[in-house]
Design a protein. Structure first.
Length: 124
């Protein structure tokens, strides 16, 4: 679990805006094996000092395994790569396929329904 959370942090560094991103095959292939086959996993990472912006509603996601991790509990070299918290990453078959990151307000504005819709699409 800790390694999954750590790798999710590394993925977050390329985006500081609240938007979804589809990972290309070359980049995603580096993370194959992160979770088991045929699994959809959604990981949220946030900092303890920003805990009031943690998306509690993501625990209600259906059709996936939801995981959460604190930035402060990750290795220092990964903490330094984070440009915005919270960040949410969706994995399918151990590979990251979507990412949503906070905006300048340090909150994730993406509607719950948008994230749930991505999970449903990944399950097909």
């Amino acid at each position: 679990m800790r390694h999954l959370v750590a790798l999710a942090f590394a993925l977050q560094c390329f985006s500081a805006f609240s938007q979804s991103v589809f990972f290309n095959e070359a980049r995603a292939s580096m993370y194959t094996g992160l979770v088991g086959p045929s699994e959809i996993v959604v990981v949220q990472i946030n900092a303890e000092w920003n805990s009031n912006n943690t998306r509690e509603d993501l625990q209600r996601l259906r059709g996936c395994d939801y995981r959460f991790g604190w930035l402060e509990q990750q290795p220092e070299h990964l903490q330094k790569t984070i440009s915005a918290v919270p960040v949410v990453v969706a994995y399918k078959d151990g590979r990251p396929v979507y990412q949503w990151a906070s905006d300048i307000t340090l909150s994730l504005k993406t509607p719950f329904e948008e994230i749930q819709e991505v999970v449903y699409k990944l399950a097909q």
